[in-house]
Design a protein around this ligand. Structure first.
Ligand SMILES: Nc1ncnc2c1ncn2[C@@H]1O[C@H](COP(=O)(O)OP(=O)(O)OP(=O)(O)O)[C@@H](O)[C@H]1O
Ligand SMILES: [Mg+2]
Length: 302
């Protein structure tokens, strides 16, 4: 059975001042999954999140979020989503506790509920000891954690996180990852952007790579790696120095044949490893191809 999708995007286009940023995006995100959007700086990730959260209108195409059209049913979309933007949006002149209580009250919680929700979130994001300090005295990572806590005051069916862990240390990043996986278990769909490929690999059920205005790759981390096909047979000497590195498709036949050719040419003490591409290799390979296509396209239109 096909899973129900909660975000459906078709032929979406957006440009600024004659410059095309999104050049026909088609995507659908299944309910209760984590979807990660990767792409180099300026690829249009924030623009896409802004369109899906009704902050920016698309030029063409359609996008439905929780079944509602982002253009004609803005309020219904807003009621279905939470958003943590790329840049902090908390009030710097208040403390973390005051910010959380204020947002809780704005979201319709009673005074008692606001107090208890604030306490839970301060604990979850390790902000308890600094809860009564003004946000303007916070470090970048503390602000980011507060920003995330604010977006989780009320649980909505869909959560957008624009680069949620940029600037966070390893422990805070893990806290956020756990929070995301916990929300997923509770049935929330999470759409996030990230610069960290490891993050996408750890968290996401589906990864999309945005480059040159289009989705250039879509799939699980393993599928993207297989598509790039950068598996290699490596031969190292006793000092662990790489002496040969040969591409392979990973099949037994290919490994058998390649080793048959290589082994008679190397000393018997050699060590063999089969390496898979890292997500960094995958990202560079996919976005480099699309950058080339974009340059060719621009060349034609000149
Ligand atoms: N309001 C705007 N007016 C004009 N240009 C804009 C506007 N918003 C975005 N852009 C341009 O659109 C392109 C995509 O920007 P966007 O912020 O969506 O990229 P991004 O993928 O989020 O990048 P980053 O990784 O740096 O956050 C950039 O070239 C940017 O300069
Ligand atoms: Mg951005």
């Amino acid at each position: 059975m096909k899973p129900t999708s909660v975000i459906d995007i078709s032929g979406l286009r957006k440009g600024f001042g004659g410059k095309t940023v999104l050049d026909g995006i088609d995507l659908s995100v299944p309910a209760c999954t984590v979807f990660a959007l990767l792409g180099p700086n300026g690829a249009g990730k924030t623009t896409l999140i802004n369109i899906l959260s009704t902050l920016t209108a698309p030029d063409a195409g359609t996008a439905r979020v929780a079944g509602y059209d982002v253009r004609s049913e803005k309020n219904a979309v807003k009621r279905s989503i939470s958003l943590t933007g790329q840049f902090a949006a908390v009030d710097e002149g208040l403390t973390a506790e005051e910010n959380l209580r204020m947002i809780s009250r704005l979201c319709g919680l009673t005074k008692e509920e606001a107090v208890s929700r604030t306490r839970e979130l301060l604990k979850q994001f390790d902000l308890e000891t600094n809860a009564k300090k003004l946000v303007k005295t916070y470090s970048g990572g503390m602000r980011r954690r507060l920003d995330l806590a604010v977006s989780l005051v009320v649980e909505r069916p869909i959560l957008f996180l624009d680069e949620p862990t940029t600037g966070l240390d390893t422990i805070s990043r893990r806290t956020l990852w756990n929070a995301v996986l916990d929300l997923k278990r509770r049935g929330v769909t999470i759409f996030l952007t990230t610069q960290y490929l490891e993050e996408a690999e750890q968290l996401a059920d589906t990864i999309a790579v945005l480059a040159g205005g289009r989705i250039v790759a879509l799939g699980t981390a393993a599928e993207l790696k297989a598509r790039v096909g950068l598996e290699r047979i490596e031969l190292r000497n006793e000092e662990d120095e790489l002496i040969r590195s040969v591409p392979t498709d990973g099949s037994i036949e290919d490994i058998h044949r390649t080793l048959g050719e290589l082994l008679p040419t190397v000393p018997p003490t050699i060590r063999i490893a089969i390496t898979k591409p890292s997500m960094d290799d995958v990202f560079i390979s996919l976005t480099a191809t699309s950058a080339q296509t974009m340059t060719e396209k621009e060349g034609v239109s000149l």
